[in-house]
Design a protein around this ligand. Sequence first.
Ligand code: TEU
Length: 520
Amino acid sequence: MDGEHAERDQLSDAPWWRSAVVYQIYPRSFLDTDGNGVGDLPGIERRLDYLRWLGVDALWLSPIYPSPMADFGYDVADYCDIDQLFGSLDDFDALLEKAHERGLRVLLDWVPNHTSDQHRWFQASRSAREDPQRDWYIWRDEPNNWVQAFADESAWTYDEVTGQHYLHLFLPEQPDLNWNNPDVERAMHEVLRFWLDRGVDGFRADVVHLIGKNPELEDDPSEVAGTSRVSRHDEPVTHGLLRRLRGVLESYEGDRMMVGEVNLEAHEQIVDYYGAGDELHLAFNFVPLWTDWKASGWRSVIAEMERVYQEAGAWPTWVLSNHDVPRHRTRYGSLRRARAAALLVLTLRGTPFLYAGEEWGLEDAEVPPERVVDPGGRDGCRAPLPWDATPDHGWASADPWLPWPPEAATRNAASLREETGSILHLYRRLLAARKKSPALSGGTFTPLDTAAEDVLGYRRRHDTDERVVLVNFSDRPISQKLEGGWQVEVSSGGADGRHGEPYDGALQPEEAVLLRPDRG
Ligand code: TEU
């Protein structure tokens, strides 16, 4: 078999999640149908046709399990049920069925590192030192010097009931599970099976790099003491746990998958969590997310990722926004940049993860002090999604749990859908272009030497299918000629006019273009 054939076969045999675009839904903020001010599962079901129209392939739902909501669902009180705020298991089954009917896969958020302190496992564990579930969590007489996320305070809380401290890398309401205990591992495998049996396509695994704990729980060295462990914790023991989780997924038909939140800072550390193709299928990488809107920064982060991921045989992921960080529209400071970023994130080599509302160019809400609810200060990016221009924006509640994002009267799904030049139509056009191009969905990546320092350029190729992407990061028009004849397939610029025109070498300020060979 010649080389080209091998490459084609690899692409057509590739599992769905390599070519998919995943859309993250934060259910509390998506759409409320019962008037309690919080989004719900029937709200998601009502918008499945919209999501199909948009052209995404899979949905990831942030946690929908029963929870006291100390961390808005990332404190799970029961892994095998639905919080009544969101609906019922019947609502979930209906949603899953209707999503599948429309060709949309569904990933659940699975929170393996910690439970809620209201979970019955923790209730039992804290009840007595002799309780059979005592060792399901991490109890010590003497705390070490670890610090929790969201506060510069100890990661240990003293529990009077039994006179010991328990570990929580996040809030005191989120005690860490002890994955060194095989009973915990077994119970968690059962949780995955519960949902896999119901038909889910996989999971997004919350801070999964934290689950393995060094049994010695050594103090952090002085140079990092006093800072949260989340982006440093990287224990070898976690890899064995991940291989066995992979085994659970692979015992099912249909390419069930797991994308892990591996919140580490070096690409080399992140790709480790793919193992030898026997650990996570995918891992988030937040390094690009924290890269400023500059050609030089993006050029080097992409080159580094290409090098490290190729070497490791790991498939990259791309994320610009999620429920934990200010939206990229807000970070980058303009709609024009958000539009160029959309073209970038949907044409790089790897699986993109979109965050609901980014396709409308939403900015973070301004949340006045009296309405702040999140202990981590992340309310702005979690603002409810405005679906139309009416005062309640399509929600069944006049007063949702967080304030609306800016300009909701015009920056909403219905209004943007009417404007063919809107960012919403740009996302839709990009998703369609990506779907029909093997070069974009799975082809090779080659950086282009561009004359202008402010222009990032690359070529994607698979067999005879070829695309070129140019991104002008500067706020000036730039001339960037290309060899051969090219046509503008999609431009991030506001006007529709350019689509289908020959590429003349002129880039508008902060314009990104997707080019295809001009065969005409
Ligand atoms: O986030 C983990 C995580 O690393 C975040 O705490 C991040 O560092 C912080 O939000 C930056 O502001 C995951 C979930 O995505 C997050 O919503 C949860 O609060 C957290 O785990 C605990 O489950």
